[in-house]
Design a protein around this ligand. Sequence first.
Ligand code: BG6
Length: 479
Amino acid sequence: MIHENLKSFPNDFLWGAASAAYQVEGAWNVDGKEKSIWDTFVRVPGKTFKGTNGDVAVDHYHRYKEDVQLMAEMGMKTYRFSVAWTRIFPHGKGEVNQEGIDFYNHLIDELRKHYIEPILTIYHWDLPQALQDAYGGWESKQIVEDFQNYSISLFKAFGDRVKYWVSLNEQNIFTRLGYQTAMHPPGEKDDKLYYQVNHHASLANAAAIKAFRKYVPDGKIGPSFAYSPAYAKTSKPEDVLAADNAEEFTSHWWMDVYAWGEYPQVAWNYLTRNGIAPRIEKEDLELLKAGKPDFMGINYYQTTTYEKNPLNGVTLDGHFNTTGEKGTMEDTGLPGVYKTVTNDNLERTNWDWNIDPQGLRIGIRRVTNRYQLPILISENGLGEYDKVEDDDSIQDDYRIEYIRTHLKAIQEAITDGAEMIGYCVWSFTDLLSWLNGYQKRYGLVYVNQHEEGEHDLRRIRKKSFYWYKDVIASNGENL
Ligand code: BG6
């Protein structure tokens, strides 16, 4: 529907930006920190763009005060960051490393000093290598206990000052890329294992949330899910069915479990008939039901369009664009279930990601209707090339346009009736884009860090920094 007037953003709307430990901190082996699976993976030749890694990243570990100062200058209400498990437990479990706790204490205190609400992500993909070596990490049910213990340590250390928590970041992405396409660590391609790993991660998520109620009774917690709403390519019933399948296999499979503790039936039956359904014990379902979130965190970047995929059709092996050469992304699919297809109605970025603000409104409405939970947009942003002009400015009007139209879509969803907690731009500073190096930039603040050569890591406010500052100051009136 077209609204004549839009509702205002709520007065307590959390305007913010986000990051993740591995992508910003650097200091990969200092103050007791040991290796995560990413520290290992980036050293395997050919895995990341031009062999980039997060050894230094943007050195947030040493420059966090300067970064928080910039956040304060922008008037940010919230900052979402993740804790590196290997700083707290260098080997995944055992003795707490006090130096790791100290770092996050300092960061949290610095944020609060500037009235910036911390949103703490417990897990953003950097599993301790020691746990991967000991029992295959997410492959073993042992991870549930270890993740819960790690989470409890964070609740005890920071729960007095941190009230918003994200449990797992994008379980659907780290498992798919880790166990179906082998693009992320541990680099496996095994469908049965993929679903088992997911089951363990869902249990770990629920176990952490269950414990949270005891340790941080006045806090709020939820997962961050990478939601890409499914569109059908045409109104042909077989394409509509493919989109329906995709919604179930790429979204409900996780969000139903988070919200209801139940797996969706169509996907469950398909997996059972193909012999790849996860092993589930009776007490598992009780745990899943006991770990309900307070909100659904949604990381939204784009919609995906689907059509019918024959039984001998494309698989998930299609090429993924990590170089920024537009037009190199290939379609992927599950034979007999769905196949992705280019949506000619949408513009794409240089990394072939669709730009679709209305898709965000559609996604928010779907999640609201299905789960009746408040929503935190825990990530949304544009990865693009940025150019530093001769006068040291960065004229990123394309990023402003991206964020502006997505915020408008949120305002429309609020007018539709959705309950929105806040919005985190991905990302605050430029950072390491996992497989895409440093040239794919997301930040409101530019960081002089590149794939090759020596760089001074200095911070430069982009045009989008000043624009977002004004949006926050006007509580979204000046969009
Ligand atoms: C999300 C992740 O998948 O998207 C972030 O939570 C990531 O960590 C972001 O950086 C953008 O993806 P990419 O691959 O462009 O860095």
